[in-house]
Write a protein that binds this ligand. Structure first.
Ligand code: PGA
Ligand code: ZN
Length: 395
């Protein structure tokens, strides 16, 4: 049983405060986890409260339902207690940041108390496989000022024979892009996720990432493509998509993304359209979805009900999984499983504001998610990547 839940404020990678939870159990199990935080958050996400307030509310409402009450190995019971304590459908009472920190810490305490790695505790002995890491190498949008309009250009090492090869390839692409930018005297600032945030247009970024991925692919001897997180809800204003240098109507946005998919053989396109445009998403997925992962982040917000609508309407063939968008690991796993049952592939993801927490690496392996998106460089990103290397090395 859970004996003790402690909550504190810690810093995230942007220097903002976030919630960290420690969970202890009667048989000596211990788990610690911290909530990440988004900048380009979806409007349908669970609610993040200021860290201090989230901690106070969780202490008032949630701890008495957990301490002495639930077994840390029963994740569904832990997460049901969090939902009961909150009483809303978006964790606006105790804060999704408190909820997810406690949920993840309890999972770690559960794994510790039975003496298995977290990925095995979450996935079970018949599951577990290594995800391909998507590496953010150039970015802008809400993650960096005066950089690209498209939020993320992602290296996608589809041909990598192992996670280790994939992680190293993404780092190599990141390094090679710096060389290309320096050769043109372009400043090499970085955005919130450690990607280069150069003051160049999207057109130029496409060319640079294409060149870098092709050149590293030749060097390492396996296929490396690339993809995007357009984060289109951030561009969406009064029905149009507003870029720095031009505005696109919805029809033009669909054509533009489809054209880029064809021109650059994009393997992955996240949030190409607004977070409420289920029908337009379906048009684009119809056009490019047989070859390319069309992934819903702000569209689905890791929410099974929104995913179900997307499944029924054919809006996307992939879902981004961010546990803090929905508040508990149970809800995140339910979304992954609903997706898997309908051919919608999961991409387990970090947030732009992160900590050293490695839970998402274990989640991705445990459920056998085909992809993980957790950056390329920077300590809060390499914490997850290095954990994947440790897990892969264990087998
Ligand atoms: P966020 O960005 O964490 O700032 O929301 C990440 C993403 O959009 O995938
Ligand atoms: Zn996104």
């Amino acid at each position: 049983r859970i004996t003790d839940v402690r909550l504190r404020r810690v810093l995230d990678s942007r220097g903002n405060t976030t919630v960290e939870a420690d969970v202890s159990t009667t048989n000596g199990g211990f788990g610690r986890a911290a909530a990440p935080s988004g900048a380009s958050t979806g409007e349908h996400e669970a609610i993040e409260l200021p860290a201090q307030e989230a901690i106070a509310r969780a202490r008032d409402h949630a701890l008495s339902r957990l301490e002495g009450e639930v077994d840390s190995t029963d994740q569904r019971a832990v997460d049901a207690a969090l939902h009961d304590a909150d009483g809303t459908d978006n964790f606006s009472e105790i804060g999704a940041n408190s909820a997810v920190a406690i949920s993840m810490a309890a999972a770690k305490a559960g794994a510790d108390s039975v003496g298995v790695p977290l990925y095995q505790h979450l996935g079970g002995t018949f599951r577990g496989s290594a995800p391909t890491p998507l590496g953010n190498v150039i970015g802008g949008g809400a993650h960096a000022a005066e950089a690209t309009d498209i939020q993320e250009f992602l290296s996608v090492p589809v041909g990598a024979p192992s996670v280790e090869d994939a992680v190293l390839a993404n780092a190599r692409v990141h390094a090679h892009i710096k060389e290309l930018l320096r050769a043109e005297d372009v400043p090499t600032n970085k955005g919130d996720e450690g990607a280069w945030a150069p003051p160049i247009g999207d057109d130029r970024a496409f060319e640079i990432v294409d060149e870098a991925t092709a050149s590293v692919a030749e060097e390492v001897g396996f296929d490396i493509g690339f993809g995007l997180d357009v984060a289109a809800s951030e561009l969406h204003e009064d029905g149009d998509y507003v870029y720095g240098d031009r505005t696109r109507s919805t029809a033009e946005q669909i054509d533009y993304v489809a054209e880029m998919v064809r021109e650059y053989d994009l393997r992955y396109v996240e949030d190409p359209l607004d977070e409420n445009a289920f029908g337009e998403w379906a048009e684009l997925t119809d056009e490019v979805g047989s070859e390319t992962l069309v992934c819903g982040d702000d569209l689905f917000v890791t929410n099974v009900a929104r995913l179900q609508e997307g499944i029924e309407r054919g809006s996307a063939n992939s879902i981004l999984i961010k546990p803090n968008q929905i508040g508990t690991l149970t809800d995140a796993v339910d979304a992954i499983e609903r997706g898997a049952a309908h051919g919608v592939e999961s991409v387990v993801s970090h947030r732009s504001g992160e900590t050293e927490d490695t839970t998402i690496a274990h989640l991705a392996v445990g459920v056998g998610a085909p992809f993980i998106k957790t950056g390329t460089v920077g300590g809060e990103r390499t914490a997850k990547l290095n954990e994947l290397l440790r897990i892969e090395g264990r087998a």
